[in-house]
Structure formats: structure tokens, C-alpha cells
Design a protein around this ligand. Structure first.
Ligand SMILES: C[S@@+](CC[C@H](N)C(=O)[O-])C[C@H]1O[C@@H](n2cnc3c(N)ncnc32)[C@H](O)[C@@H]1O
Length: 282
């Protein structure tokens, strides 16, 4: 960081009420692409071998980076689509408190098993339905500084796989659950409107000035729609009162395999990235 930009970039600025970062750490956290290759074994894997029973677990280190930017030590974080607890594990690692909601008992059980294995104090992960957030005492108890969540990518997981995956005998769908309450089992438009309803409910417990940080991934384009889910989510949440879209970061996961989709006839992208959409609540 240029020293003229900040008197002492190695210390937190007393005007900074958002996080505990120094000026230098703040600048580093603004890069629009986060490139990672997290280990899948050893202590830095945070029990990945257990968490991988979920089709899409988020690395706790990645969630920790976001939590460090959008909260201060002791901050309070909500994840309405908690899975096996990437967000909640990061809360424990970073000295924040968290509350998660997850539809599937098996993922919640896995989270508690992971906490035991890592000797981390668990955060409450409630087995329930994010469409009824107001029904959970842990959610309504006090306001949150951050909603950090990773909802289903519309029905991406519930689709039977085609092309290269099929050729390799991996065509089976991998839905998160078989439940009709699972947002991953809804058609595209219903998914978007249910997601909006859940976000509007969750905002009731977000502090003014707090952030909503939401992961998503695009689907492959189809003849009738571009399927840029990240753009459709921004559009859907655009008119939510007091919620402002502040931009996105891209998570480039270098551990993703590359497949010869379309070879040698047509371009079909290997999606090795996800979008991290950032909104601020006024
Ligand atoms: C992309 S995954 C989240 C993974 C999580 N970030 C992790 O680290 O494990 C989305 C999760 O949302 C859950 N889910 C889907 N619909 C839900 C609903 N109505 N209420 C609560 N959870 C739901 C799914 O079971 C799935 O585990």
C-alpha cells in the first residue's frame, strides 16, 4: 500500500468500524479474484474427508477470509444454507459466533462430527427450513453482522449429468436432499423467488450497515436462457428495500479437475470458479 494513502498501513484505522484489518490487509482483501488450492488431507484440510460426504462443502479458510473482512472479532454470522458447516467452522476459527440452518440431518450430524474431530466448540446448526427463519429461537435472539451463505445453484446438483461426465460413468444426479423443501429441487424461476423470500426474512435480523455475502455458480447456457445465475440473483434481489449490490469477487478453485467438454467440436467452459455476491443493508 502507498504510504500516502494511509498514515500507517500496518495498523487498524480507528475510523474502521467494519473489521479489524490493517490498511495493508484491507487492500489485499479487495482483489477481485481469490485463487486457492486448499489441501484435502492433513491438519490444513479441516477434516475434508468427513466434509466431502456433502456434494459441495466450502473450505473453512475461504469463509474465514470473508468473515475477517465483513465482521469484527466477536461478530455474529448467520448461514441459512449451512450444509456441513463451512461458515460455522470459520466462525469458530475466527472468534466469531454463528448460527446455521440446514435441511438435512445427515449434514448437521457431519458438522458436529467434524467439530469433535477438530476439537472446535460447535456453533448451533439447526436442522430446519430456511423458509421459516422466524421459527428458530437462535435466529431471532439477536441481530447479525453478516449473512454469509451458499444456497443451492438452482437445480444444478439435481440434474442428471451429460457429456463428459456421462462418458466417464458419472451421470447420476447428486441432489443435496430429496426434499421438496430443498431449493435445489425447484425450477429456476421458483428457486429465484424462494431465495428472495428467504433473503427478505433474514434481513429482519441483519444490523443496518451489515452485509449479505452469497455464493453462486452459473449454469451452462441453454437455447432459451443465458443461465448466468449470478446475474439473475442480483436482478432478483435488486429491488429488495434497503439492500444495495456492491459487486462481486470470484473464487477460482485450482483444485477443480478439467474435463475435455465439447472436444473437438465446440466450446463448453470448465467452470472452475464461483461468484461471491456482496450486498450491503442500509
Ligand atoms: C451449496 S450447499 C451449502 C454447503 C455449505 N456451504 C458447506 O460448507 O457445507 C446448500 C445447502 O442448502 C441446503 N438447503 C436446501 N434447501 C434448504 C432449505 N429450504 N432450508 C435449509 N437448507 C436448505 C442443502 O441441503 C445444502 O446442504
Amino acid at each position: 500500500m502507498d504510504d500516502q494513502q494511509c498514515d500507517d498501513a500496518s495498523r487498524p484505522d480507528p475510523r474502521n468500524k467494519l473489521n479489524d484489518l490493517t490498511g495493508r490487509e484491507w487492500v489485499y482483501a479487495l482483489r477481485s479474484v481469490i485463487t486457492t488450492r486448499y489441501p484435502t488431507s492433513g491438519p490444513e484440510a479441516y477434516a475434508h474427508t468427513l466434509r466431502r460426504r456433502h456434494p459441495s462443502p466450502k473450505p473453512p479458510q475461504l469463509m474465514a477470509e470473508l468473515i475477517r473482512f465483513f465482521t469484527r472479532r466477536g461478530g455474529h454470522v448467520l448461514d441459512p444454507f449451512a450444509g456441513v458447516g463451512g461458515t460455522l467452522l470459520a466462525c469458530s476459527l475466527e472468534g466469531r459466533t454463528g448460527v446455521g440452518i440446514e435441511l438435512a440431518q445427515e449434514y448437521a450430524d457431519c458438522y458436529y462430527h467434524v467439530c469433535q474431530t477438530l476439537q472446535l466448540a460447535p456453533q448451533p446448526l439447526i436442522v430446519g427450513d430456511a423458509r421459516h427463519l422466524h421459527a428458530y429461537a437462535e435466529v431471532v435472539a439477536r441481530p447479525f453482522d453478516l449473512i454469509l451463505t451458499d444456497p443451492p445453484y438452482a437445480a444444478m446438483q439435481a440434474r442428471t449429468k451429460t457429456g463428459e461426465h456421462k462418458k466417464r460413468g458419472r451421470s447420476a444426479a447428486t441432489p443435496f436432499t430429496d426434499s421438496t423443501a430443498d431449493l435445489g429441487n425447484l425450477d429456476y424461476q421458483t428457486f429465484l423467488s424462494e431465495l428472495r423470500n428467504i433473503v427478505e426474512q433474514a434481513l429482519v435480523w441483519l444490523k443496518p450497515g451489515g452485509h449479505l455475502v452469497l455464493f453462486t455458480k452459473d449454469l451452462q447456457p441453454a437455447h432459451d436462457h443465458h443461465n448466468m445465475l449470478h446475474a439473475d440473483i442480483v436482478q432478483t434481489l435488486w429491488s429488495v428495500p434497503r439492500l444495495a449490490f456492491r459487486g462481486y469477487r470470484i473464487w477460482h478453485d485450482q483444485s477443480q479437475n478439467l474435463y475435455p467438454f465439447g472436444y473437438p467440436f465446440a466450446f463448453v467452459a470448465n467452470q472452475v470458479h464461483q461468484f461471491i455476491l456482496i450486498f450491503r443493508y442500509a
